[in-house]
Design a binder for this molecule. Structure first.
Ligand SMILES: *Cc1c(COP(=O)(O)O)cnc(C)c1O
Length: 363
Protein backbone atom coordinates (compact mmCIF):
# COMPACT_ATOMS: atom_id res chain seq x y z
CA UNK A 1 0.00 0.00 0.00
CA UNK A 2 1.38 3.36 -0.99
CA UNK A 3 -1.09 6.06 -0.01
CA UNK A 4 -0.23 9.66 -0.87
CA UNK A 5 -1.12 12.88 0.90
CA UNK A 6 -4.17 13.96 -1.08
CA UNK A 7 -4.86 17.70 -0.85
CA UNK A 8 -7.93 17.52 -3.10
CA UNK A 9 -10.74 19.99 -2.35
CA UNK A 10 -13.35 17.31 -2.88
CA UNK A 11 -13.94 14.48 -3.13
CA UNK A 12 -11.12 14.35 -0.64
CA UNK A 13 -9.23 12.21 1.84
CA UNK A 14 -11.08 9.97 4.24
CA UNK A 15 -9.55 8.78 7.52
CA UNK A 16 -7.54 5.61 6.92
CA UNK A 17 -9.22 3.97 9.94
CA UNK A 18 -12.60 4.57 8.28
CA UNK A 19 -11.54 3.11 4.94
CA UNK A 20 -10.08 0.06 6.67
CA UNK A 21 -13.18 -0.50 8.75
CA UNK A 22 -15.37 -0.17 5.62
CA UNK A 23 -13.11 -2.62 3.78
CA UNK A 24 -13.34 -5.12 6.61
CA UNK A 25 -17.13 -5.19 6.38
CA UNK A 26 -17.50 -4.47 2.68
CA UNK A 27 -18.51 -7.97 1.63
CA UNK A 28 -20.41 -8.99 4.72
CA UNK A 29 -21.83 -6.56 7.27
CA UNK A 30 -22.10 -8.02 10.76
CA UNK A 31 -24.38 -11.05 10.84
CA UNK A 32 -26.42 -9.83 7.87
CA UNK A 33 -24.74 -12.05 5.29
CA UNK A 34 -24.57 -9.21 2.79
CA UNK A 35 -22.86 -5.94 2.00
CA UNK A 36 -24.42 -2.65 3.14
CA UNK A 37 -24.58 -1.90 -0.61
CA UNK A 38 -26.92 -4.85 -1.11
CA UNK A 39 -29.30 -4.14 1.76
CA UNK A 40 -32.86 -2.91 1.57
CA UNK A 41 -32.99 0.54 3.06
CA UNK A 42 -36.06 -0.66 4.99
CA UNK A 43 -34.26 -3.60 6.61
CA UNK A 44 -33.61 -3.58 10.37
CA UNK A 45 -29.84 -3.65 9.77
CA UNK A 46 -30.00 -0.56 7.61
CA UNK A 47 -32.49 1.22 9.89
CA UNK A 48 -29.92 0.83 12.66
CA UNK A 49 -27.19 2.31 10.45
CA UNK A 50 -29.11 5.44 9.47
CA UNK A 51 -30.43 5.93 13.01
CA UNK A 52 -26.91 5.62 14.41
CA UNK A 53 -25.59 8.04 11.81
CA UNK A 54 -28.13 10.65 12.87
CA UNK A 55 -27.63 10.04 16.59
CA UNK A 56 -23.85 10.33 16.24
CA UNK A 57 -24.06 13.53 14.21
CA UNK A 58 -26.47 15.02 16.76
CA UNK A 59 -24.03 14.19 19.53
CA UNK A 60 -21.02 15.45 17.59
CA UNK A 61 -22.58 18.79 16.61
CA UNK A 62 -24.76 19.10 19.69
CA UNK A 63 -27.80 19.61 17.45
CA UNK A 64 -30.82 20.90 19.43
CA UNK A 65 -33.98 18.75 19.48
CA UNK A 66 -35.98 21.28 17.50
CA UNK A 67 -33.80 20.70 14.43
CA UNK A 68 -34.34 17.97 11.85
CA UNK A 69 -31.40 16.14 10.27
CA UNK A 70 -31.93 15.13 6.64
CA UNK A 71 -29.74 12.83 4.55
CA UNK A 72 -30.43 13.80 0.94
CA UNK A 73 -29.00 13.56 -2.56
CA UNK A 74 -28.23 16.02 -5.31
CA UNK A 75 -25.23 17.76 -3.76
CA UNK A 76 -25.05 21.19 -2.18
CA UNK A 77 -25.87 22.59 -5.63
CA UNK A 78 -29.39 21.14 -5.48
CA UNK A 79 -29.91 23.00 -2.22
CA UNK A 80 -29.19 26.27 -4.05
CA UNK A 81 -32.70 25.76 -5.50
CA UNK A 82 -34.21 23.92 -2.54
CA UNK A 83 -33.39 26.69 -0.05
CA UNK A 84 -35.54 29.40 -1.68
CA UNK A 85 -38.27 26.92 -2.66
CA UNK A 86 -38.59 25.80 0.96
CA UNK A 87 -38.27 29.16 2.66
CA UNK A 88 -39.19 32.11 0.48
CA UNK A 89 -42.91 31.92 1.25
CA UNK A 90 -42.13 33.05 4.80
CA UNK A 91 -42.04 36.66 3.53
CA UNK A 92 -41.55 36.53 -0.25
CA UNK A 93 -37.98 37.82 -0.47
CA UNK A 94 -34.50 36.78 0.60
CA UNK A 95 -31.02 38.26 1.06
CA UNK A 96 -27.72 36.79 -0.06
CA UNK A 97 -24.08 37.44 0.74
CA UNK A 98 -21.79 36.67 -2.19
CA UNK A 99 -18.34 35.76 -0.87
CA UNK A 100 -17.16 33.46 -3.65
CA UNK A 101 -18.20 31.19 -6.46
CA UNK A 102 -20.61 28.90 -4.63
CA UNK A 103 -22.50 31.67 -2.85
CA UNK A 104 -22.68 33.41 -6.25
CA UNK A 105 -24.21 30.28 -7.74
CA UNK A 106 -26.71 30.04 -4.88
CA UNK A 107 -27.73 33.66 -5.47
CA UNK A 108 -28.06 33.14 -9.24
CA UNK A 109 -30.14 30.02 -8.78
CA UNK A 110 -32.67 31.89 -6.63
CA UNK A 111 -32.72 34.68 -9.23
CA UNK A 112 -33.25 32.16 -12.01
CA UNK A 113 -36.30 30.83 -10.20
CA UNK A 114 -37.72 34.33 -10.37
CA UNK A 115 -37.56 35.21 -6.69
CA UNK A 116 -37.03 38.62 -5.16
CA UNK A 117 -33.48 38.15 -3.93
CA UNK A 118 -30.93 40.80 -3.11
CA UNK A 119 -27.17 40.60 -2.78
CA UNK A 120 -26.60 42.61 0.40
CA UNK A 121 -22.80 42.30 0.45
CA UNK A 122 -20.00 40.96 -1.73
CA UNK A 123 -16.21 41.00 -1.82
CA UNK A 124 -16.07 40.33 -5.56
CA UNK A 125 -14.20 43.58 -6.26
CA UNK A 126 -11.41 42.34 -3.96
CA UNK A 127 -11.20 38.97 -5.72
CA UNK A 128 -12.92 37.42 -2.70
CA UNK A 129 -9.76 37.73 -0.58
CA UNK A 130 -11.89 38.12 2.55
CA UNK A 131 -15.49 37.62 3.62
CA UNK A 132 -17.83 40.60 3.98
CA UNK A 133 -18.74 42.03 7.33
CA UNK A 134 -22.45 41.36 7.66
CA UNK A 135 -24.45 43.37 10.17
CA UNK A 136 -28.12 43.35 11.08
CA UNK A 137 -28.83 46.75 9.52
CA UNK A 138 -27.79 45.46 6.06
CA UNK A 139 -30.53 42.82 6.07
CA UNK A 140 -33.97 43.68 4.74
CA UNK A 141 -36.25 43.49 7.79
CA UNK A 142 -38.76 41.42 5.83
CA UNK A 143 -36.27 38.96 4.32
CA UNK A 144 -37.32 35.32 4.64
CA UNK A 145 -33.69 34.35 5.31
CA UNK A 146 -30.10 35.41 4.79
CA UNK A 147 -27.88 33.02 2.85
CA UNK A 148 -24.13 32.77 3.39
CA UNK A 149 -21.42 30.33 2.36
CA UNK A 150 -19.49 29.78 5.58
CA UNK A 151 -16.24 28.50 4.13
CA UNK A 152 -15.31 29.46 0.59
CA UNK A 153 -13.61 26.37 -0.74
CA UNK A 154 -12.15 27.95 -3.86
CA UNK A 155 -10.74 31.15 -2.34
CA UNK A 156 -9.74 29.73 1.04
CA UNK A 157 -11.77 32.14 3.13
CA UNK A 158 -14.06 31.60 6.08
CA UNK A 159 -16.28 33.62 8.37
CA UNK A 160 -14.44 34.21 11.61
CA UNK A 161 -17.79 35.07 13.19
CA UNK A 162 -21.44 34.08 12.87
CA UNK A 163 -23.32 36.98 11.21
CA UNK A 164 -26.00 38.40 13.51
CA UNK A 165 -29.22 38.56 11.50
CA UNK A 166 -31.49 39.00 14.49
CA UNK A 167 -34.75 37.09 14.07
CA UNK A 168 -34.16 36.43 10.41
CA UNK A 169 -33.04 32.84 9.85
CA UNK A 170 -29.43 32.47 8.76
CA UNK A 171 -28.91 29.77 6.11
CA UNK A 172 -25.36 28.53 5.71
CA UNK A 173 -23.66 26.38 3.10
CA UNK A 174 -21.06 24.57 5.22
CA UNK A 175 -19.97 22.05 2.60
CA UNK A 176 -16.26 22.53 3.20
CA UNK A 177 -16.14 23.19 6.95
CA UNK A 178 -18.87 20.97 8.38
CA UNK A 179 -17.68 19.00 11.44
CA UNK A 180 -14.24 20.63 11.35
CA UNK A 181 -14.90 22.39 14.68
CA UNK A 182 -17.78 22.97 17.09
CA UNK A 183 -20.44 25.37 15.84
CA UNK A 184 -23.48 26.75 17.65
CA UNK A 185 -26.26 25.23 15.51
CA UNK A 186 -28.90 27.28 17.32
CA UNK A 187 -27.57 30.43 15.65
CA UNK A 188 -28.67 29.06 12.25
CA UNK A 189 -32.04 28.38 10.67
CA UNK A 190 -30.58 25.94 8.16
CA UNK A 191 -27.14 24.39 7.67
CA UNK A 192 -26.47 22.33 4.58
CA UNK A 193 -23.43 20.57 3.17
CA UNK A 194 -22.37 18.25 0.42
CA UNK A 195 -20.63 15.32 2.10
CA UNK A 196 -17.65 14.85 -0.19
CA UNK A 197 -15.42 17.54 1.33
CA UNK A 198 -15.23 16.61 4.97
CA UNK A 199 -17.73 13.90 5.76
CA UNK A 200 -18.06 10.98 3.37
CA UNK A 201 -17.72 10.03 -0.29
CA UNK A 202 -19.81 11.98 -2.82
CA UNK A 203 -23.53 11.30 -3.09
CA UNK A 204 -24.85 12.55 0.24
CA UNK A 205 -26.12 16.01 1.13
CA UNK A 206 -26.78 16.92 4.72
CA UNK A 207 -29.50 19.40 5.68
CA UNK A 208 -30.02 20.50 9.29
CA UNK A 209 -33.18 22.57 9.53
CA UNK A 210 -35.07 24.20 12.40
CA UNK A 211 -38.53 22.63 12.64
CA UNK A 212 -40.52 25.86 12.45
CA UNK A 213 -39.00 26.53 9.02
CA UNK A 214 -40.59 23.44 7.48
CA UNK A 215 -43.93 25.15 6.86
CA UNK A 216 -43.06 27.54 4.05
CA UNK A 217 -42.50 25.28 1.06
CA UNK A 218 -43.91 26.22 -2.32
CA UNK A 219 -47.01 24.24 -3.22
CA UNK A 220 -45.75 23.58 -6.70
CA UNK A 221 -42.39 22.07 -6.09
CA UNK A 222 -40.71 18.74 -6.72
CA UNK A 223 -41.40 16.47 -3.77
CA UNK A 224 -37.77 15.43 -3.74
CA UNK A 225 -36.76 19.00 -2.88
CA UNK A 226 -39.27 19.40 -0.07
CA UNK A 227 -37.56 19.26 3.32
CA UNK A 228 -40.82 18.65 5.17
CA UNK A 229 -41.59 15.50 3.18
CA UNK A 230 -38.07 14.24 3.74
CA UNK A 231 -38.28 15.06 7.47
CA UNK A 232 -41.63 13.28 7.86
CA UNK A 233 -40.20 10.23 6.14
CA UNK A 234 -36.92 10.04 8.05
CA UNK A 235 -34.99 10.83 4.84
CA UNK A 236 -36.60 7.72 3.31
CA UNK A 237 -39.31 9.12 1.09
CA UNK A 238 -37.35 7.31 -1.59
CA UNK A 239 -34.15 5.28 -1.47
CA UNK A 240 -31.52 7.33 0.36
CA UNK A 241 -27.81 7.21 -0.58
CA UNK A 242 -27.45 4.16 1.66
CA UNK A 243 -23.77 3.38 1.39
CA UNK A 244 -22.63 6.97 1.66
CA UNK A 245 -24.70 7.42 4.81
CA UNK A 246 -22.99 4.33 6.19
CA UNK A 247 -19.60 5.86 5.37
CA UNK A 248 -20.62 9.12 7.05
CA UNK A 249 -21.57 7.11 10.12
CA UNK A 250 -18.07 5.62 10.23
CA UNK A 251 -16.59 9.12 9.94
CA UNK A 252 -18.76 10.42 12.81
CA UNK A 253 -17.78 7.39 14.87
CA UNK A 254 -14.11 8.10 14.19
CA UNK A 255 -14.40 11.74 15.29
CA UNK A 256 -16.26 10.75 18.44
CA UNK A 257 -13.55 8.18 19.18
CA UNK A 258 -10.78 10.79 19.08
CA UNK A 259 -12.66 13.19 21.38
CA UNK A 260 -15.32 14.90 19.26
CA UNK A 261 -15.22 18.29 17.59
CA UNK A 262 -13.13 19.96 20.32
CA UNK A 263 -10.27 17.58 19.57
CA UNK A 264 -10.95 17.80 15.82
CA UNK A 265 -10.66 21.58 16.00
CA UNK A 266 -7.40 21.34 17.96
CA UNK A 267 -5.91 19.09 15.30
CA UNK A 268 -7.20 21.24 12.44
CA UNK A 269 -5.86 24.40 14.08
CA UNK A 270 -2.45 22.84 14.52
CA UNK A 271 -2.28 21.84 10.84
CA UNK A 272 -3.47 25.24 9.59
CA UNK A 273 -1.11 27.10 11.94
CA UNK A 274 1.86 25.10 10.66
CA UNK A 275 1.12 26.10 7.09
CA UNK A 276 0.10 29.73 7.70
CA UNK A 277 3.06 30.33 10.05
CA UNK A 278 5.39 29.18 7.33
CA UNK A 279 3.61 31.34 4.72
CA UNK A 280 3.81 34.39 7.00
CA UNK A 281 7.53 34.03 7.62
CA UNK A 282 8.96 33.76 4.11
CA UNK A 283 8.72 35.84 0.96
CA UNK A 284 8.68 33.28 -1.84
CA UNK A 285 4.99 32.40 -1.69
CA UNK A 286 2.11 34.82 -1.36
CA UNK A 287 -1.00 33.94 0.64
CA UNK A 288 -3.73 36.20 -0.78
CA UNK A 289 -6.35 35.80 1.95
CA UNK A 290 -6.66 38.62 4.47
CA UNK A 291 -6.16 38.02 8.18
CA UNK A 292 -9.44 37.27 9.92
CA UNK A 293 -10.88 35.48 6.88
CA UNK A 294 -8.43 32.61 6.61
CA UNK A 295 -9.91 29.17 6.14
CA UNK A 296 -8.72 26.35 8.37
CA UNK A 297 -9.67 23.84 5.66
CA UNK A 298 -8.53 25.31 2.31
CA UNK A 299 -5.24 27.19 2.25
CA UNK A 300 -4.46 29.12 -0.93
CA UNK A 301 -1.08 30.50 -2.06
CA UNK A 302 0.75 31.51 -5.23
CA UNK A 303 4.35 32.08 -6.26
CA UNK A 304 3.36 35.06 -8.38
CA UNK A 305 4.57 33.28 -11.52
CA UNK A 306 2.06 31.05 -13.34
CA UNK A 307 4.79 28.79 -14.76
CA UNK A 308 6.32 28.25 -11.34
CA UNK A 309 2.87 27.49 -9.92
CA UNK A 310 2.41 24.84 -12.56
CA UNK A 311 5.82 23.37 -11.86
CA UNK A 312 5.08 23.38 -8.14
CA UNK A 313 1.90 21.34 -8.52
CA UNK A 314 3.49 18.80 -10.85
CA UNK A 315 6.66 18.32 -8.78
CA UNK A 316 4.67 18.09 -5.58
CA UNK A 317 2.55 15.36 -7.16
CA UNK A 318 5.71 13.42 -8.02
CA UNK A 319 6.74 13.73 -4.36
CA UNK A 320 3.45 12.16 -3.23
CA UNK A 321 1.65 15.43 -2.46
CA UNK A 322 -1.31 15.29 -4.80
CA UNK A 323 -3.93 17.76 -6.03
CA UNK A 324 -2.30 21.01 -4.93
CA UNK A 325 -3.31 22.87 -8.07
CA UNK A 326 -5.73 25.70 -7.29
CA UNK A 327 -9.27 25.74 -8.66
CA UNK A 328 -9.37 26.16 -12.44
CA UNK A 329 -11.04 29.55 -12.03
CA UNK A 330 -8.32 31.10 -9.84
CA UNK A 331 -5.06 29.26 -10.52
CA UNK A 332 -2.19 29.12 -8.02
CA UNK A 333 -2.15 26.48 -5.34
CA UNK A 334 -4.64 25.25 -2.81
CA UNK A 335 -3.98 22.80 -0.02
CA UNK A 336 -7.21 21.34 1.30
CA UNK A 337 -6.43 20.06 4.76
CA UNK A 338 -9.71 18.60 5.91
CA UNK A 339 -10.23 16.45 9.01
CA UNK A 340 -8.66 13.36 7.46
CA UNK A 341 -5.37 15.05 6.50
CA UNK A 342 -2.79 14.05 9.11
CA UNK A 343 -0.39 16.60 10.63
CA UNK A 344 2.45 14.71 8.96
CA UNK A 345 0.89 15.52 5.57
CA UNK A 346 1.10 19.25 6.24
CA UNK A 347 4.68 18.85 7.56
CA UNK A 348 5.58 17.09 4.33
CA UNK A 349 3.99 19.92 2.35
CA UNK A 350 5.87 22.65 4.21
CA UNK A 351 9.16 20.78 3.76
CA UNK A 352 8.44 20.46 0.06
CA UNK A 353 7.60 24.17 -0.18
CA UNK A 354 10.95 25.10 1.42
CA UNK A 355 12.87 22.84 -0.92
CA UNK A 356 10.99 24.08 -3.99
CA UNK A 357 11.66 27.71 -3.09
CA UNK A 358 15.40 27.01 -2.74
CA UNK A 359 15.64 25.09 -5.97
CA UNK A 360 13.57 27.48 -8.08
CA UNK A 361 14.77 31.04 -7.46
CA UNK A 362 12.58 33.71 -9.04
CA UNK A 363 14.08 35.74 -11.85
C1 LIG B 1 -18.18 21.81 -3.33
C2 LIG B 1 -19.09 22.85 -2.84
C3 LIG B 1 -20.37 23.01 -3.36
C4 LIG B 1 -20.90 22.15 -4.47
O1 LIG B 1 -21.20 20.92 -3.95
P1 LIG B 1 -21.86 19.76 -4.82
O2 LIG B 1 -22.10 18.73 -3.78
O3 LIG B 1 -20.84 19.37 -5.85
O4 LIG B 1 -23.09 20.29 -5.43
C5 LIG B 1 -21.17 24.00 -2.83
N1 LIG B 1 -20.73 24.80 -1.84
C6 LIG B 1 -19.50 24.67 -1.32
C7 LIG B 1 -19.06 25.57 -0.23
C8 LIG B 1 -18.63 23.69 -1.81
O5 LIG B 1 -17.41 23.57 -1.29
Amino acid sequence: MNRVYNFSAGPSMLPLEVLEKAASELVCYGESGMSVMEMSHRSPDYEAIINDAEAMLRKLMNIPDNYKVLFLQGGASTQFAAVPMNLIKRTGKADYVVSGQFSGKAFKEAQKLGYDVKCIATTKEDNFDHVPTVTKDMVRPDAAYVHVCFNNTIYGTKYGYIPDTGDIPLVADMSSCIISEPVDVSRFGVIYAGAQKNMAPAGLTLVIVREDLLDYAEEKMPTMLEWKTMAENGSMYNTPPCYTIYMAKLVYEWILSIGGLDEMKKRNEAKAALLYDYLDNQDYYIAPVKEGSRSMMNVTFVTGDADLDKKFASEAAKAGLKNLKGHRSVGGMRASIYNAMPYAGVEALVNFMKKFAEENPKK
